[in-house]
Design a protein around this ligand. Structure first.
Ligand code: SAM
Ligand code: SF4
Length: 457
């Protein structure tokens, strides 16, 4: 769950012409999701809650009775983008009396009551812990309905999310975060850390398998802080590997401070746990790491990376880095750039620092100008492109097993899927379709994609 992107809802379409809301029959809901995979998974929960109340999903906002946008507050541009999108969707509400417009997710808990000034046309504003109340709030009528309380007890246990099509199920196993990195809004928008009971996770895994999924991805802001009773994250991985029918297990995002030897052993010993680890670093300068309140030094991180790579030879590793944190000097940045070269990640999600109200860093004076942030970001991107290309070129001539997700964006006639180390791999379809596990010989590589041909069975 690393990069902020627009994640289209299944079948998300254009705005469409104004048509009437449903008069008879089920009420229709248009639900659009922004942000990380946790938001996508939350939308799947919302969809299931509303379906339980008699709604059906539509990909056409022009025919919806209820328009909902699930929002992301992680960086300022993400937040502004969703507010812009809401004002676009407003025309459907203005054109058709009775249509309701709602904002869900992290912007609700970040902006709180201020949203009523910024978007007074909203009918419902619901934070990440209030989704069970959504049907009742939508029934209440005229005044804007707010449910922005954070609830330490809410894990949505017992609900079965409406999983999106495709061979992979994204399942939230823990919610919230207790780390309070000084730059991050998550502990404020999603509240304190709590884990979904293990029985509920395993039931969701079994339901996903029964629905035809071959891979599960466990989600949590610090997913490896998972603990339910006496089951820790390593235990959860091992128990999941025993669920009949599961073929691939992944997870994101683990926090470096919570990676213990038991977790590394599970990665090394459980063949269904895929050889890929996202290990967010943020900065390689100890001064900046401390100011960020990350809880590790660069030496501790380096040693962890070495232990993981020794235990799981060939494991792919990715990271998150932020440039331009308040007080980041040229030599702090140089340390990050040099570590990026040393660590040789398979890929990296690279961000410019964005000041977020409510965080501790928000009160720090910003010392890095926007053009300098941009320059630092561009240097890291250029370096990582080279490193990613080298990693991917090393696959040329090798075989990888690909879980096919569907048609590739290009070229025509190709399908795309992921290798065990989460590399996007494309190859001529020749009868392969979503959900197939196919052996592919890699013939070419770019920094982000492997291209190959199917190996005869
Ligand atoms: N919990 C994960 C961790 O600590 O590694 C990351 C979750 S966060 C939603 C995803 C990434 O967004 C972070 O790792 C960080 O790099 C980036 N991020 C968070 N707050 C940011 C901010 N204020 N400005 C820029 N990037 C930010
Ligand atoms: Fe944010 Fe830090 Fe928690 Fe990750 S660990 S969600 S960056 S506070």
């Amino acid at each position: 769950m690393q990069t902020v992107q627009i994640v289209p809802a299944p079948g998300e379409g254009s705005a469409g012409a104004a048509t009437k809301p449903s008069v008879d029959g089920p009420r229709r809901v248009f639900l659009e999701t922004y942000g990380c995979q946790m938001n996508v998974a939350d939308s799947e929960l919302v969809s299931s809650i509303l379906r339980g109340d008699g709604y059906e999903r539509t990909s056409d906002p022009g025919s919806a009775d209820v328009l909902l946008v699930n929002t992301c507050a992680i960086r300022e541009n993400a937040e502004e983008r969703v507010l812009g999108r809401l004002s676009e969707l407003l025309r459907h509400k203005s054109a058709r009396p009775g249509v309701q417009l709602g904002l869900l997710g992290c912007v609700a808990t970040h902006q709180r009551e201020r949203l009523l000034d910024r978007a007074p046309y909203l009918d419902v504003i619901v934070g990440p812990d209030g989704y069970r109340d959504l049907p009742a709030l939508l029934r209440q009528g005229d005044d804007p309905q707010l449910e922005i309380r954070l609830d330490r007890g809410e894990t949505y246990a017992g609900l079965t999310p409406d999983l999106a099509p495709g061979p992979r199920a994204w399942l939230t196993v823990m919610r919230g975060c207790d780390k309070f990195c000084t730059f991050c809004v998550v502990p404020f928008t999603r509240g304190r850390e709590r884990s979904v009971p293990v029985e509920s996770v395993l039931a969701q895994v079994a339901a996903a398998v029964a629905a035809g999924k071959r891979e599960v991805v466990f989600l949590g802001q610090t997913v490896n802080a998972y603990r339910a009773g006496d089951v820790d994250f390593a235990g959860l991985l091992r128990r999941t590997a025993r669920v009949p029918g599961v073929e691939r297990i992944r997870f994101t995002s683990p926090h470096p401070s919570d990676v213990g030897e038991a977790m590394i052993a599970a990665l090394a010993e459980e063949p269904k746990v895929m050889p890929y680890l996202h290990l967010p670093l943020q900065s390689a300068s100890n001064r900046v790491l401390e100011a960020m309140h990350r809880g590790y030094t660069i030496d501790a991180y380096r040693s962890l990376l070495a232990r993981v790579r020794a235990a799981v030879p060939g494991i792919a590793v990715s990271t998150d880095l932020i440039v331009g944190f308040p007080g980041e000097e040229e030599d702090d940045f140089a340390a990050t750039e040099s570590f990026l070269a040393e660590a040789a990640y398979d890929f990296a999600y690279l961000f410019k620092y964005s000041a977020r109200e409510g965080t501790r860093a928000f009160r720090m004076t910003e010392t890095v100008r926007e053009d300098e942030k941009q320059r630092r970001l561009a240097r890291l991107i250029a370096l990582q492109e080279q490193i990613g290309l080298e990693h991917n070129r090393a696959f040329i001539g090798r075989e990888v097993e690909v879980l096919v997700e569907g048609p590739a964006k290009r070229p025509p006639g190709f399908v795309a899927g992921k290798s065990p180390s989460f590399k996007t791999t494309v190859f001529p379809a020749a009868g392969a379709s979503a959900g197939d596990l196919v052996r592919v010989r890699v013939q070419a590589a770019t920094p982000h994609t492997l291209t190959g041909v199917r190996v005869a069975a």
